[in-house]
Design a protein around this ligand. Structure first.
Ligand SMILES: [Zn+2]
Length: 125
């Protein structure tokens, strides 16, 4: 599901209850999730903007960037349901765990910090 947001910068900022500066910051933060990146430096309040975004990809990127202020914005309510956001967050967390697992040996100390061997602790969970 793609979402295309277009219009004048000042009008878009108003739509999403942000001031112009906050909205430019928002676009700067989501730039790597856009089909065509916005040239942030060239923007002024009357600039015509088209944001072609994939909300799911965007949300995932924001988790990776630890952009708390972005993904806690109430504006997400219009783009992704709460359930969908939880699902993406879960997928994100899982993707982080999967990368770690193969490096842990059976007899290595458990990464959870229990002090026990991995095979006697979280390996079986
Ligand atoms: Zn453990």
């Amino acid at each position: 599901m793609d979402v295309i947001i277009s219009g004048k910068l000042s009008a878009l900022a108003k739509t999403y209850n942000m001031d112009n500066e906050t909205f430019v910051g928002f676009m700067d933060g989501i730039n790597n999730s856009l089909k065509d990146a916005v040239t942030i430096d060239a923007l002024e309040k009357n600039s015509e903007i088209t944001l072609d975004i994939d909300p799911e990809k965007l949300y995932f990127h924001m988790l990776e960037a630890k952009a708390d202020w972005l993904y806690s914005l109430p504006q997400w309510d219009n783009l992704l349901t709460d359930a969908k956001r939880k699902e993406i967050k879960k997928a994100y967390n899982t993707s982080k765990i999967v990368v770690k697992d193969p490096k842990i040996g059976r007899n290595d100390p458990c990464p959870c910090g229990s002090g026990r061997k991995y095979k006697q602790c979280c390996m079986n969970k």
